[in-house]
Design a protein around this ligand. Structure first.
Ligand code: FAD
Length: 292
């Protein structure tokens, strides 16, 4: 099932994100965690891709397993920046052969050792290069792209970021998923600006439940996210109490989703990151809105 056909436009619908194992030894435990999440029957599940690393081969295994065992539509992530054309084309062929219809086309982060390198000879410099490659390989792929309500950290300004986002969408993205954010007003503002710029595809907001204090620094580093005072107070108060922090983080994420739904957004992606208990709790908090 294509994600574009799952966008509900009327009732609240959640999707969950998981990540593949880093090593063969953790494969079974990751597989079990992702299956627990699949049992919640989300709209779809996305499986991240370990850019340039040895974990990339597990993305497809986990995605196929969820799809085949539980019938949950899957979105396989793929990055391109640290790969050559041959490797990426082979990956695309594997995705095609697996029957996975949805691909999140990403550039990936520039590895530290390549920062400052001459990029003119790279096979892939931006996600748009991968979008074009995917479309050429299979016009039927449903392609997702990443977007950044608080602008991508490498962008000079939002106008430039949105200009390149429009080019990426026009190259063939069927939908966009946002980077995490902790203040919904940032998303509303962003949506207004991209619609004004002529980007009309569905945008699925990504919500990250922060369930331990260590995640905060990582989230800021990854996304440059603005932390509202209400969120900071919660981390100050509960950061040293793991159970209370988890409860508060889930409540905060739930609240964000309710506000999004109240403002007309029906499809929300939850960065549940292999935590079935967190995914389950968020879903049960919203059961009446989800009709589950
Ligand atoms: P791009 O769309 O290429 O944008 C990157 C930067 O380049 C932006 O500043 C953009 O404005 C600029 N740009 C774009 N096109 C041009 C152009 N033609 N000329 C000049 N500048 C341009 N990483 C992983 O490794 N694995 C994952 O599974 C993964 N999943 C993700 C899922 C989501 C929803 C999000 C938001 C991010 C994810 N990431 C993942 C992180 C992502 O790889 C990084 O944020 C990366 O730095 C940018 O990827 P992109 O696809 O947004 O790149």
């Amino acid at each position: 099932m294509k994600i574009i056909d799952l966008i509900t436009k009327s009732t609240l619908s959640l999707s969950f994100e998981v990540f593949p194992p880093k090593t063969e030894t953790s494969f079974e435990s990751v597989k079990a965690a992702t299956e627990e999440i699949a049992k919640l029957r989300p709209a779809f599940m996305s499986v991240t891709y370990g850019a340039g690393g040895g974990t990339s081969k597990y993305t497809l295994d986990i995605a196929k397993n969820i799809k085949e065992l539980y019938g949950v539509p899957t979105l396989g992530h793929l990055t391109c920046v640290s790969s050559d054309k041959e490797t990426v084309r082979q990956k695309i062929e594997e995705i095609k052969a697996s029957g996975i219809e949805n691909v999140m086309a990403l550039r990936g982060d520039i590895p530290g050792e390549l920062e400052g390198a001459d990029r003119s000879k790279w096979d892939y410099r931006h996600a748009i290069d991968l979008v074009l490659e995917l479309k050429a390989a299979n016009p039927d792929f449903c392609i997702g792209g990443a977007c950044y309500p608080e602008i991508h950290p490498e962008s000079a300004n939002q106008k430039e970021d949105i200009k390149y986002l429009k080019e990426k969408v026009d190259a063939g993205c069927d939908f966009l998923t946002t980077q995490m954010f902790f203040d919904n007003n940032l998303l509303y503002n962003f949506l207004y600006k991209i619609r004004e710029a002529g980007i009309t595809v569905p945008v699925i907001p990504g919500i990250m439940p922060i369930t331990n204090a260590n995640q905060v620094a990582r989230a800021i580093k990854l996304s440059g996210s603005f932390m509202p005072q209400r969120f900071k107070s919660l981390v100050d108060k509960f950061g040293s109490d793991p159970l209370a922090m988890k409860q508060a983080g889930i409540a905060y994420a739930t609240d964000q989703i309710i506000d999004l739904y109240a403002n007309g957004i029906t499809d929300v992606h939850v960065y549940s990151m292999n935590k079935p208990d967190v995914a389950e709790k968020i879903q049960s908090n919203l059961c009446d809105m989800l009709g589950k």
